[in-house]
Design a protein around this ligand. Sequence first.
Ligand code: PEP
Ligand code: MG
Length: 591
Amino acid sequence: MTSFSLHGVGVSSGIAIGQAHLISNALLEVVHYQLPNHLISDEIKRFENAVQTVKADLEEINGSLRKNAPAELSAFIGTHLMILADKSLSEVPKTIIQNEKCNAEWAIKLQMDDIVEQFEQIEDEYLRERKQDVVQVVERVIKVLLGHPSQLATEQQLSALSEERKLILVAHDISPADAIQFKQHEFAAFITDVGGVTSHTAILARSLNIPSIVALQKARDLIHDGELIIVDGKQGVVIVNPDKNILTEYKLRQEQWELEQQKLQRIKSAKAVTLDGASIELFANIEVPEDVVAARAAGATGIGLYRTEFLFMNRREMPDEEEQFVAYKAVAEAMKGDVVVIRTLDLGADKQMNPDTVVTCANPALGLRAIRFCLAEPQIFHTQLRALLRASHFGNIKILVPMLSTLSELRQTKLLLERAKLSLRKQGIPFNETIALGGMIEIPAAAINAEAFAHELDFLSIGTNDLIQYTLAIDRTDDAVAHLYNPLHPSVLKLIAMTIKAGDKLGKSVSVCGEMAGDAKLTKLLIGMGLRQLSMHPSHILSVKQQILHSQLSALSANSRKILNLTDIEKIEPQVAKLNRIADLRMHPRP
Ligand code: PEP
Ligand code: MG
């Protein structure tokens, strides 16, 4: 058997060694045939039954979701149900069967091609990728029409298989509904031909915590069922039929990785304190209330960023005040008095309510998003502010405003907050009168003017994802320029340093809640620069904490100052690596 390797985009780290389990691509099996007039109505019935079966399947999966299943899964199944219910998929194919006198599989495939073509015209990469959801739903319908059993093998077959050997799923694409079954059967990894870093597959992979690689192009064609494969999620490499030496090497690496993960569990309840006694707060970023479970399990001592816009997505109606209140209160109560920073609506750019509401503009990331949208829609904002204030009575809630660029936006926000407070007071509804108000520093204009913002705010939170995007003029969702997206660019570091300095000067706390906070390779630099609060995806908390426990703050501060004086990324990168090594050597001295 020849050995070869494939390269894609690693979206979830770790190493898996196992046997390939190929998932069929029903779309390739669709044929076209004509029907005589007297069979048309039966064919339409057959189509309707298939749609009903898929609907029932999806609802069953949704209903059987375990309580601790990643919340994204339920949202994605909801999206698939919505797509299935849309007339363009549930009704139009019937007209096609009628007019073209063709089989149901062909009719829905024709309709899908049409919809996909429309999606391809969309400029926004995130939305463009949503066409995969349509394809996945259509695939389900076609499989039922073709009489295929469910995409994955039966429960018993899989349990038997996964007990004996590790299975790695190899697919053209994997739908969220199928992904749920991964969790139950403990697949070792999954790899797909398509999908970008922001695809649902990638988002799910991260939340399932198994190694995965997307965008492998031809994995499904080149790999055969049962072949032995190695998946290195960190490097984005798949090795098919590895020879004995490679296999031994990767088994070793895998053992190391697993050992590291186990070791990390030991520090779960340890306080995040440096060797010289500085305490660092490690908070979690969450998208939906259910994420609090993962945040707590990872030892987060607060929620540093609750992205409320997820409550507004995949639906046509805005959530009303009561629905929002229930969600915010649930998080506040679950955190039992620990800090919960709730960010006001950050809709816009790659985060839209649903495709119908997309406003096409040339540069959505520079458009009417976040606080700009809220100020332009004061009624929507008022509803959210009232819900937030009401929930503040039940826990330690702080409000965070995204995308501030001018002081006038902040002042308008404060006026609207006062108006919301007044309306509650009049109704005698309790809330925290002194609720803290913070601002996200994620636009260079705000970082440069951070001192002025710090004067008028209770705390600052640096959104490095957008700060990097806007400082370097790099669309954070565009693969083509992803190689230029570098958190260590000297200008990015300087803007972060300016924000920290402004907060220190005015005695206001400063945190980082962008992805930089969860990158363990940057922890020592960030705390060396003076940060004492980091908020990240729960799965990153332990590796960041480990860095903190190994840090000598005094040494880090001096070295970080030197790094800040550098003007060239090529010099900064090795210095940051050195910063990490110095502390590592202190922990593991050479014999
Ligand atoms: C950021 O921009 O760094 C951030 C935390 O917000 P989001 O990723 O939601 O834009
Ligand atoms: Mg942001």
